[in-house]
Design a protein around this ligand. Structure first.
Ligand SMILES: C[S@@+](CC[C@H](N)C(=O)[O-])C[C@H]1O[C@@H](n2cnc3c(N)ncnc32)[C@H](O)[C@@H]1O
Length: 392
């Protein structure tokens, strides 16, 4: 009999004889004919849509093995690049805390995540990851959106803002009085904070009784429709605490790939924030100005125009939080700079490990990694970390 020893990057169990087995948990055993005998880390998945729904891949794991999966993914990626580091216990977000999600809606009104191994949409009747405020809109959207008579599948982005749920519908725009009335009735009945539509020309707001904001570091930042936000409040808090720890004592810090200012507004320092999305950096600039925070912003493409070594050397420390591709170009400049401390936040262990290897080759030590599981029961892994080296 073979035993499942770990979980692979895509979520299947790996047995000690090398077999990959779908929906197997560490500690499960496999009979001769391949049947799974549940072990101590298997739980009964709470959701009726599991495993067909694409929202979750790991609902059959208890938190101990989900946590081990997250740690393994980071350790494996670093190991492949020859980088060693202490990896802390992952910070896991609880069920029903996801405050940002993209759902798909068919012309029939079927609404949900795409199925795990097909393009089908699994019609959501329950969800154990979405915040209740987001899930409460699923049925009303199912009734509303088919009235717009879209010919193809729509995407609906839901974000829990300070004023309630912000809804961005992509793929259709309401036309005429009947659509307008249906939209107003939906928004009023459900206390929606904003509804915007993007039919290919950029978001157009159709309902926003008061300006929509998101509180970051105690500052109400205007929230552009569809803007990036960390997936849970708990995940954001874990990442912010790690970033603050990484650059503590620094008086002037650069926050690269700053978004709306999740880190920039939470650091006890003068901050320069650079970001490629114009609406996000404009929102951060306006909010910081109103709150009289010591913050300087720049709209800048950091892939094409990373901060040069001369620019970097003006700061005591750097925080960077790039998209999934990582920050290859910026890391080349960091490696050649005099910067002693870097807080690196990542949503992709592979690109992080590649960049970590470059930094370690340049004399940095990866002091610690703080894993963060804010996409509960999914294979998506995030982390914060600190690199340091003696000042040159
Ligand atoms: C993972 S998000 C982090 C945002 C922010 N640090 C936060 O925690 O909310 C990555 C950010 O990088 C920005 N970005 C993507 N490509 C970029 C580029 N080439 N130059 C500058 N910023 C970019 C995105 O717009 C996004 O805001």
């Amino acid at each position: 009999m073979s035993v499942i020893v770990r979980v692979a990057a895509r979520g299947e169990g790996i047995a000690d004889d090398g077999r990959h087995v779908a929906l197997a948990a560490p500690g499960d055993t496999l009979t001769e004919d391949g049947a799974i005998v549940p072990g101590p880390h298997r739980i009964i998945p709470p959701c009726r849509h599991y495993p067909e729904c694409g929202g979750c891949q790991l609902q059959h794991l208890d938190d101990a093995s989900w946590s081990a999966f997250i740690t393994d993914r980071i350790a494996g990626a670093l190991d492949a690049q020859g980088v060693r580091a202490p990896i802390r216990a992952p910070a896991l977000s609880p069920p029903r805390t996801r405050r940002r999600a993209a759902l798909h809606v068919e012309p029939s009104g079927r609404i949900g995540f795409t199925a795990e191994r097909s393009h089908q949409i699994v019609d959501l009747h329950e969800c154990h990851v979405l915040a209740p405020e987001l899930f409460a809109l699923v049925r009303p959207l199912k009734r509303l959106l088919p009235t717009f008579k879209a010919k193809r599948r729509l995407d609906v982005h839901l974000t829990l803002a300070d004023q309630g749920v912000d809804v961005l519908v992509k793929g259709v725009a309401p036309e005429g009085l009947a659509h307008h009335d249906a939209l107003t009735a939906f928004a009023q009945a459900n206390g929606v904070a904003r509804v915007a539509f993007d039919d290919g020309m950029g978001p157009e707001v159709r309902w926003e009784p008061e300006p929509v904001t998101i509180a970051l570091g105690g500052v109400a930042v205007p929230l552009p429709p569809g803007a990036f936000l960390q997936a849970t409040v708990e995940g954001e808090a874990a990442l912010v605490a790690a970033a603050r720890e990484a650059v503590q004592g620094a008086r002037i810090v650069a926050d690269l790939f700053a978004g709306l200012g999740t880190f920039a507004l939470s650091l006890d320092a003068r901050v320069y924030a650079a970001e490629g999305a114009r609406d996000a950096i404009m929102a951060l600039k306006a909010a910081a100005g109103r709150a009289q925070r010591p913050l300087f912003t720049e709209h800048r493409d950091l892939f094409r125009r990373p901060l040069t070594t001369a620019e970097l050397d003006r700061f005591d420390a750097i925080v960077l939080d790039p998209p999934r591709a990582g920050a290859r170009e910026q890391v080349v400049q960091l490696a050649a700079s005099k910067i002693a401390t870097i807080g690196y936040i990542s949503c992709n262990p592979s690109s992080f490990a590649r960049d970590a290897q470059e930094l370690c080759k340049a004399g940095y030590t990866l002091d610690w990694v703080q894993p963060v599981g804010q996409f509960r029961w999914s294979t998506h892994v995030e982390l914060a970390s600190r690199f340091s080296r003696s000042p040159a």
